[in-house]
Design a protein around this ligand. Structure first.
Ligand SMILES: [Zn+2]
Length: 425
C-alpha cells in the first residue's frame, strides 16, 4: 500500500477535508512523475440499489433530509447505520447519506427545499424550545442550521437572528411547515380510524382502545411484553406513585433539551399534539393488545397520528412544554382505565444519572390478561392542588428508584427474554 493511501485511510477527518487532501496528494503525485504511482482519488460511495446518495451540506441535518425527501427519520438513521444521538449530532459535511426509495434525479443538492427557511430574531426571554414549537422545527435542527453548540444554545441573547430551516411563508404571509407525503398518508389513516383528535387522546388517556386501533397497531408488530427505555441517555427522576398522595402515576425521565424520544414498543401513533392541558407536546402510541404509552412535554413531536412506529423509532425531541419546569419526558403506561408502573418492564432497565441501571426485578407482560404482579396498576388520580394531572419539576427527585434487594443486578444479568429489536442501544 502506498504512503498516500495509508494517510487517507487512517486520518479521521471530514469528507471535505479528505477530498482536499486527496486532491493535494494527486497534485504531488503528478509533479513527481513516473517513479511515484498516482494516488487514486477515493472512490465515490457505490450507488445503492434501494435509493440514492445525498452528500450532507453545511447547515443540513438528517431530520431536514427526512422532511425534504418524505422519508421517516428512523428509516434514514437505520439505513445509514446511525444509532446514537451523538452520531446524529456529529455528522460531518460531505457525509454520504443513503436516502432509501429516492431516485438519483430526485436528490436536491443545490438548494430547493433543503435550504428554504426563514430568519427569526429572538425576542426578550424567548427560548429555542419556544421557537421549535412555534415553527414546527426541532431544537436539534435549529442548532445544526445555526452552528450552535449545547453551550451556545443555553446562552442565546435577545436580538440574535436564527435561521429556521424548512419553514416557509405562504401567500398570506403566514408561516407554515408543509406535511410530507408520508405524513399526509398517516394523517388520513388516523382520520379513517378515528384517531388523532383531542377526543381520541382523551379516550386513550383512560386506556379505552377500540378493537380496530389495536388491530391497526399490529401492523407495526406485536407488543413483546417489555418497554424500551425511551431516552437513551435519559435518567430517572420521579417514579410511579410519587408526589403528595402518590398522584404521579407515571415516570419522569430527565435529559438535555433536544435529545431524542423513542417509541418504547411497536404500535400506531394514536395522538400527536398539544391539545391536552398540562402535557405540552405529547405523543400517544397504541400497542397491539390494548396498551397505550404516552410521552409528554416534548419540544417537538416528529411522529404523526396514524404513523406506524417500531420499538426504538424516534418520535419526538425532549423538551419542557406544558406544565413542566425543565426538559424531561413524562412517561405513562396505560391499560384498561388504569395507569401502570412501567419500571419492571423497561429494557435495558431504569437508568440512573450516572448511566448505571437501578436494581429492579424485571417483569414481562406479553398478554393483556397476564399482568405480572411486579407491575402495579391504579386509576389515574388528580393532583392534590387541583391540577388536572401533574405539576412537573424534574429536578425534584420525589422518590428514589425502587430497590429490590432480591432482584438480579440488571447491570450484570441481561433480561432472560430476547429483546425485540435494537436493545443494544
Ligand atoms: Zn411526570
Amino acid at each position: 500500500m502506498s504512503r498516500g493511501r495509508r494517510l487517507l485511510d487512517t486520518a479521521p477527518m471530514s469528507g471535505l477535508a479528505s477530498r482536499l487532501l486527496a486532491l493535494s496528494l494527486l497534485c504531488v503525485a503528478g509533479v513527481a512523475g513516473a517513479q511515484t504511482p498516482a494516488v487514486p482519488a477515493p472512490a465515490p460511495a457505490p450507488a445503492p440499489a434501494d435509493g440514492a446518495i445525498h452528500y450532507l451540506e453545511e447547515g443540513e441535518s438528517l431530520s431536514m433530509l427526512a422532511r425534504v425527501y418524505g422519508v421517516p427519520l428512523s428509516l434514514l438513521m437505520a439505513r445509514n447505520g446511525i444509532t446514537t444521538d451523538e452520531q446524529l449530532a456529529n455528522l460531518q459535511i460531505g457525509a454520504p447519506i443513503v436516502v432509501p426509495g429516492v431516485k438519483l434525479s430526485e436528490i436536491t443538492h443545490k438548494k430547493p427545499a433543503a435550504r428554504k427557511g426563514v430568519t427569526h430574531q429572538l425576542a426578550p426571554g424567548e427560548t429555542l424550545s419556544e421557537l421549535a414549537k412555534m415553527y414546527g422545527v426541532s431544537v436539534r435542527e435549529i442548532m445544526t442550521a445555526n452552528r450552535l453548540s449545547e453551550d451556545d444554545a443555553s446562552k442565546l441573547r435577545d436580538g440574535k437572528r436564527l435561521f429556521l430551516p424548512g419553514v416557509e411563508k405562504n401567500k398570506q404571509g403566514k408561516i407554515e411547515r408543509k406535511p410530507t407525503r408520508l405524513e399526509r398518508q398517516a394523517l388520513a389513516k388516523a382520520k379513517r380510524l378515528g384517531l388523532g383528535s383531542v377526543a381520541a387522546a382523551g379516550r386513550l388517556l383512560h386506556g379505552y382502545v377500540e378493537e380496530r386501533w389495536s388491530t391497526a397497531a399490529l401492523e407495526a408488530g406485536r407488543f413483546g411484553g417489555t418497554l424500551k427505555w425511551p431516552v437513551n441517555k435519559g435518567w430517572f427522576t420521579r417514579g410511579y406513585g410519587s408526589g403528595a398522595g402518590g398522584y404521579h402515576k407515571a415516570m419522569d425521565i430527565m435529559s438535555p433539551l433536544g435529545t431524542n424520544v423513542r417509541a418504547a414498543a411497536n404500535g400506531i401513533v394514536g395522538y400527536s399534539g398539544d391539545g391536552l392541558k398540562g402535557f405540552g407536546n405529547m405523543v400517544m402510541i397504541v400497542h397491539a393488545g390494548g396498551w397505550v404509552t404516552l410521552y409528554a412535554h416534548n419540544s417537538i413531536n416528529f411522529a404523526k397520528a396514524g404513523q406506524l412506529v417500531k420499538r426504538n423509532d424516534v418520535i419526538a425531541e425532549v423538551g419542557s412544554t406544558g406544565r413542566s419546569m425543565g426538559p424531561h419526558v413524562h412517561f405513562e403506561l396505560i391499560h384498561e382505565n388504569k395507569n401502570c408502573d412501567p419500571a419492571p418492564l423497561f429494557r435495558p432497565g431504569v437508568k440512573r444519572r450516572n448511566g448505571s441501571l437501578a436494581r429492579i426485578k424485571y417483569a414481562s407482560w406479553p398478554r393483556p390478561g397476564q399482568r405480572p404482579e411486579e407491575v402495579r396498576c391504579a386509576k389515574r388520580t388528580k393532583h392534590p392542588l387541583g391540577h388536572s394531572v401533574m405539576n412537573e419539576n424534574p429536578e425534584v427527585e420525589a422518590t428514589p428508584v425502587p430497590e429490590d434487594p432480591n432482584a438480579p443486578d440488571p447491570a450484570q444479568h441481561a433480561p432472560s427474554e430476547a429483546p425485540e429489536t435494537n436493545d443494544h442501544l
